[in-house]
Design a protein around this ligand. Structure first.
Ligand SMILES: N[C@@H](CCC(=O)N[C@@H](CS)C(=O)NCC(=O)O)C(=O)O
Length: 238
C-alpha cells in the first residue's frame, strides 16, 4: 500500500538525516597541551560528537603536511576538518560547531548575550593569554609586576562572572569553554599557590571547580601530574 505523501516525505527525510550523519567526518589536528585545542575538544564533547585526533608531535620543529595544507595562513593547531573542509582558529571553530550542531547550544539565543560571550573570549585571547605568555617567557621583568598584571586580568573575569554559576548564566557555554583551558592553570595546582589566585578571586575559583565537574572538561585537559610538570617547566615565577 502506498504511503500517504506526508508520511513518505517524513520517512524520506529521516533516511536522509541518517545518511548525512553517517557521512560526518571530524578530524582534529591537535597538540595535547594546547589550551586552544582543549577548547575544541570540550565543545565537541559537549555536543556528543565523535572525532578522530591527529596529533602534531613536533609542532615547533616539523609540522605535518596536513597541518600546513589545512592552515596555510597560520600553520597552527587546532584545525578541525569537517568532511575534509578545514576550519581554523579555536573561537571560529567553536562558533562553527555551535551553528552546525545546535544542540545543546553553547552560545545564548540573544544577540547581545552572544556578543558578550564573544567579547569575553576575545579578552581571554588578548589579556589572559598575554599575561600567561609574559610569565612563561619571562627574562628580566619584575616577577611581582607580572603577577600583579595576571591578577588584574583574573579580577576582570571574576567581575564578569559575578554571582552567576557560569559566564552565560546557569549553563556552561561558549565563554566558559574559551576561558577554562587558560584559567585552570592558576587554580587547580598548588604549584602556583604564591599567586594567591584562589583567595584573590574566590568566585572564579569556585567556577573552575564547577567546570572541573564536567566530563567534557576533565577529558580534554592534562592530568594533574602532567599539568604540574608543565607548570614547573614553563612558569618562570614562583
Ligand atoms: N589564535 C589561535 C592560536 C592557536 C595557537 O597559538 N596554537 C599554537 C599551539 S598552542 C600553535 O599551533 N603553535 C605553532 C606555531 O606557533 O608555530 C587559535 O585560537 O586557535
Amino acid at each position: 500500500m502506498p504511503l500517504p505523501t506526508f508520511y513518505a516525505k517524513t520517512k524520506e527525510k529521516k533516511k536522509q538525516t541518517v545518511i548525512e550523519m553517517s557521512k560526518e567526518e571530524l578530524v582534529l589536528l591537535d597538540f595535547g597541551l594546547s589550551p586552544f585545542c582543549m577548547r575544541v575538544k570540550i565543545a565537541l564533547a559537549e555536543k556528543g560528537l565523535a572525532y578522530e585526533v591527529r596529533a602534531e608531535h613536533d609542532l615547533f620543529g616539523g609540522k605535518s603536511e596536513l597541518l600546513i595544507k589545512s592552515n596555510p595562513t597560520f600553520k597552527k593547531v587546532p584545525v578541525l576538518l569537517h568532511n575534509g573542509k578545514a576550519l581554523c582558529e579555536s573561537t571560529v571553530i567553536l562558533s562553527y560547531i555551535d551553528e552546525t550542531w545546535p544542540t545543546p547550544p553553547l552560545l545564548p539565543p540573544c544577540a547581545y548575550a552572544r556578543a558578550q560571550a564573544r567579547f569575553l573570549a576575545d579578552y581571554v585571547d588578548k589579556k589572559l593569554f598575554q599575561a600567561t605568555y609574559n610569565i612563561t617567557m619571562r627574562k628580566d621583568q619584575d616577577a611581582e609586576t607580572l603577577k600583579k598584571d595576571l591578577l588584574q586580568v583574573l579580577k576582570v573575569l571574576e567581575e564578569a562572572l559575578g554571582e552567576k554559576n557560569f559566564f552565560g548564566g546557569d549553563t556552561f557555554g561558549y565563554a566558559d569553554i574559551a576561558t577554562i583551558p587558560f584559567a585552570l592553570w592558576y587554580f587547580t595546582t598548588d604549584k602556583l599557590e604564591n599567586f594567591k589566585c584562589n583567595s584573590e578571586c574566590p568566585k572564579l575559583s569556585s567556577w573552575v571547580e564547577r567546570c572541573m565537574q564536567r566530563k567534557s572538561v576533565t577529558k580534554a585537559i592534562p592530568d594533574q601530574e602532567t599539568l604540574s610538570a608543565l607548570l614547573s617547566k614553563t612558569m618562570k615565577i614562583k
